[in-house]
Structure formats: structure tokens, C-alpha cells
Design a protein. Structure first.
Length: 515
């Protein structure tokens, strides 16, 4: 079975008020003491599995969790153990307790693969949790939801003199019954009220990282799109959820970073890619929703957040790309980007408005996933637009808009060049979304040419951003004129590379054209 839940981090100043809101007369307190087991080769974590034995009050429960959709659902199977005889010690973890279930089958495959590879399949405790949980159930929007406020710690490490510890202060909303949209709506209300931020990292993930000393995991990239059957609205829902599944892990790495953690430019880049994909789906495919205006409203709300993240990304590129090139060219000491950008990003992503916007987008996608209501008796059944035909129409419009700006790139002002790049990026992302409905061979060739064009346009855009930065410094720093002059000398070759890449793109057969 799957569990459906949303989890949020609680800012310390809001803990007391949040605790008071949960601690009604129906709330129950439970101490949860768990030990998580793993193979010596960490095979479970590599497969996205977490196996724990947890004491819930006086009852022992063994739980196996697997990968989910990256948003709110996760594979889960749990077994309540019979009472132990007095003074019998702790129960043993037994993988066979999950036999005959999808999660159990996944576990057995992982253990068998470890043995076949010559690794040990022995399960040992890797980390523990000790949590005080305050929980109660509420009804909202036709759903029953359990709210659980957790406070405690994750412990790891065999060195008793210097144990590893990570505090836990979070709240979970688990759907017991009813529509998942109600879960998202309820969580959004609490997030706005108590400044919560959405964190998709589980306790098991955080414990594993604590035990291994991992400050960060690699950035999450977009995965190949699979379009469901059932019409255009469910296809749009799938695209939005795929973008959210890419955005949320990267957001968690940035928002959850301690103050002394180094900046994470790749996580920021992949978060912006995910949000651009999200906005592309809302703008170019919003007509596939029953209420297209709602899609455009969401995109407008996302624009402000995206632009705020763009300033941090520009600073990263300036520091990592153009400053070293200028130094290699013999530039004098120059003022780089402000150093507080990483902290600014963390603060922005912890704002409850970002969490509410994420949850509103999730709820919108869940509404799109619902099957259409049957037509009234005697009414004509509307014929759904066929997917490939609708895809070709979208791509034709996207191409015309992009090429209107790109066709005279060498003569265009900087603003138009930047707009051409943005529109070609939208074309790239919508092509990726619609891949299942397009001919594979011509699509791969076209995407290759499009990526190369975007690389050339991207470097040219970054060059213009760097020029504007140093030009703005010249009134107070005369040495900035060196950078302005050197960057100006790069403009011609950069522009020519972009023009040539665009010409090669235009010469490619467009995969949405009928044969």
C-alpha cells in the first residue's frame, strides 16, 4: 500500500504557537523510538528503501518504506509485532515479515542482488530516532487527515564520546481517507499560518546522511516524461507533477542548508530548470486545463519567485565563469557579486508563500488528474482532442513565437536576444514533455541542435549580464572599465556563435511537422 502525507519543517519562533494549535483535547502524545537498519554496502538506501523497527508507546512495529512519487505518496508496509515476553530484550528485524507485498518483494530483490555481487546482506542498525509525537485527526474538505507534530532527534555514530545528533522539529499531514486535494489545501492553510516550509526529505534520508557525514546529495534532474492515457488534462497534470518532483528535492537542499554550508549552484540551477519547466507547462499547455485562466494565474504567481532566484543564479555564473576569465586576462582587482546570495536563497525558499504556491500547484494538478464527469443523458459527448495533433499545434505556436525574436539575432537589442533565448527554452521543455507523441529519430536530432543553440545563446546572455554588472560599477570603481572593455571585445564572436547555432537549428527538420 501507499501512504499519502506531506511533511514540513517548523521555524523555532513558531513552535510554541503550532504546538498549542495541535494540542487540543483530542490530541494524543506518543513516544516513538526507532532503529533503522541497513546492509554494510548501503544497498537499501541505494534502492530507495528504509527498514525500521519502532516502539510506539508499548507496541513494536516493523515498517518498510519504498520510493514514491516524490511529492506525497510513498510505498509502505508495516507489521505490528505481538507482545514480547518480559525481559526478553529487543525484537529482531525480520525481512520476511514483508513477504507477499510490493515493498517486501523490492526488499528481497535488493538483498538478493547484494549477495550475488558478493556483498553482505546482514542488516545492522545504522541510526536511531527518538521522537515525541503529538497527533490528532481532523476533517477537512471531505477528507480525514492526521496531524502529527514531531520533536526529538536523530542519532548516529558508534563513538559514544562524540555521538552524532540532528534535531527534529517538524509536522506531518497524513491522508487517512478522502481526496488528496483536501490534504494539500489543509496543509497550505497551516503553512501560511505558521510559516512552515515543505521538506520532502524523510527522517530516514536525513538519518542516513547523518550517519555517513553527507552534507548534501547530488542535485535532482528532470526525468523522462511518461504521459498517461485519458485526455489532455491528465497529461498536463503529469507534467506539472514531474516538474514539482524535480523542484522539491533541490528546494529542500537549499532551504535546509545550515548557515555554514557552502553554496549549491547546481541545486539552484536545477531548481530553476524545474520551475521553468513548470511555468512552460502552465503557459503553453494551460489550455488543456478545464479552467485555463487558473493555469495562467499560477504562472504569474511563480514569476516573482523565479525572478528572485535568477539574481542568485546570475551571481553564481559571474563568480564561477567570468571572474576567473577576467583574472586570466590580467584584470585588476574587481568587485564580484555580493556574498550573501546563498543566505538570501535559503530565506526566500523558507517563506510560507513559496510553500503555499507549491501546494496550490499540487492541488491544481490533482484536480486535473480526476476523471472527467460523464455527460448528461442525451447530451453530445465532446470528442477529446487527440494528443499528437494537440502537441503539434502547441509546438507550431511555440516555434513561431521563438523564431520571431531569433531570426534577426545579430541585429536585435539585448532585450530581444534574451526573450528569444527564453522562448527557445520553453520550446525545449515542451518538446521534452511531449516526447511520447513525437517521432523519435527526428526528435533526437532536433533536440541536439536546439541544445547547442541554447548553449550558445546562454553564454551570450551571461556575457551581457556580466557587462551590465561591471558597467554599473564604473562610477565608483574605475578598474571596472577593464572588465567592460574586455567583455565588449567578446561580444562579436559570442554573437556570431549564437547566429551560426540558430542557423543550424533552423535547417533541422522540425519533428512536429507532418510527413
Amino acid at each position: 500500500m501507499f501512504e499519502t502525507e506531506l511533511k514540513f519543517q517548523v521555524p523555532a519562533p513558531r513552535w510554541a504557537a503550532l504546538h498549542k494549535a495541535v494540542a487540543t483535547t483530542t490530541a494524543v502524545k506518543t513516544r516513538l523510538q526507532a532503529m533503522y537498519v541497513e546492509t554494510p554496502g548501503h544497498d537499501l538506501a541505494a534502492a530507495g528503501l528504509a527498514l525500521r523497527l519502532r516502539k510506539e508507546g508499548r507496541v513494536w512495529v516493523q515498517t518498510l518504506k519504498g520510493r514514491g512519487d516524490g511529492l506525497m505518496q510513498r510505498l509502505e508496509h508495516e507489521v505490528r509485532l505481538p507482545p514480547l515476553p518480559a525481559r526478553s530484550g529487543l525484537p529482531q528485524v525480520d525481512p520476511a515479515r514483508h513477504d507477499g507485498t510490493p515493498a517486501g518483494q523490492a526488499l528481497q530483490r535488493v538483498l538478493a542482488a547484494a549477495r550475488e555481487a558478493g556483498r553482505s546482506d546482514t542488516l545492522q542498525v545504522l541510526y536511531r530516532t527518538d521522537i515525541q509525537r503529538l497527533h490528532r485527526r481532523v476533517r477537512h474538505g471531505g477528507a480525514v487527515v492526521e496531524i502529527a507534530l514531531d520533536q526529538g532527534a536523530i542519532h548516529a555514530g558508534a563513538d559514544t564520546a562524540a555521538p552524532l545528533m540532528l534535531p527534529v522539529a517538524e509536522i506531518e499531514f497524513e491522508l487517512i481517507s478522502g481526496p488528496p486535494q483536501a490534504l494539500a489545501a489543509l496543509a497550505a492553510r497551516w503553512a501560511a499560518r505558521f510559516d512552515l516550509w515543505w521538506d520532502v526529505r524523510t527522517k530516514s534520508e536525513r538519518g542516513f546522511r547523518l550517519a555517513l557525514g553527507l552534507a548534501r546529495v547530488p542535485a535532482t534532474r528532470a526525468q523522462p516524461q511518461v504521459l498517461p492515457a485519458g485526455g489532455l488534462a491528465p497529461a498536463l497534470a503529469s507534467m506539472l507533477q514531474a516538474a514539482l518532483a524535480q523542484a522539491l528535492p533541490n528546494l529542500a537542499e537549499l532551504a535546509g542548508a545550515p548557515a555554514d554550508t557552502p553554496a549549491a549552484p547546481e541545486h539552484l540551477h536545477q531548481l530553476r530548470v524545474a520551475l521553468r519547466r513548470l511555468r512552460t507547462a502552465l503557459v503553453l499547455l494551460g489550455d488543456w486545463a478545464p479552467e485555463p485562466a487558473a493555469a495562467l494565474t499560477l504562472e504569474t504567481r511563480w514569476r516573482e519567485v523565479f525572478n528572485a532566484l535568477g539574481a542568485a543564479r546570475d551571481a553564481d555564473v559571474l563568480a564561477s565563469t567570468w571572474m576567473p576569465r577576467l583574472q586570466a586576462a590580467g584584470a585588476p582587482a574587481l568587485s564580484g557579486p555580493p556574498a550573501q546570495n546563498a543566505g538570501d536563497v535559503t530565506a526566500l525558499l523558507r517563506e510560507h508563500r513559496v510553500t503555499v504556491l507549491l501546494l496550490d500547484t499540487l492541488a491544481f494538478s490533482l484536480d486535473l488528474s480526476q476523471p472527467a464527469a460523464p455527460p448528461a443523458p442525451g447530451a453530445e459527448t465532446p470528442e477529446a482532442a487527440p494528443g499528437p495533433a494537440s502537441a503539434r499545434a502547441v509546438l507550431r505556436r511555440a516555434w513561431r513565437r521563438a523564431w520571431a525574436d531569433a531570426r534577426k539575432f545579430d541585429e536585435a537589442p539585448v532585450e530581444q536576444q534574451h526573450r528569444a533565448r527564453k522562448r527557445l527554452k520553453r520550446l525545449r521543455y515542451v518538446l521534452e514533455f511531449l516526447t511520447p507523441w513525437l517521432p523519435a529519430r527526428s526528435l533526437r536530432r532536433y533536440q541536439r541542435a536546439l541544445r547547442r543553440a541554447l548553449e550558445a545563446l546562454g553564454e551570450h546572455n551571461d556575457l551581457q549580464t556580466a557587462r551590465a554588472h561591471f558597467a554599473g560599477q564604473t562610477p565608483t570603481d574605475p578598474q571596472a572599465w577593464f572588465a567592460v572593455g574586455w567583455l565588449a571585445a567578446q561580444d562579436g564572436p559570442s554573437r556570431e556563435r549564437a547566429v551560426q547555432a540558430l542557423a543550424r537549428l533552423k535547417a533541422r527538420k522540425r519533428p512536429w511537422l507532418k510527413r
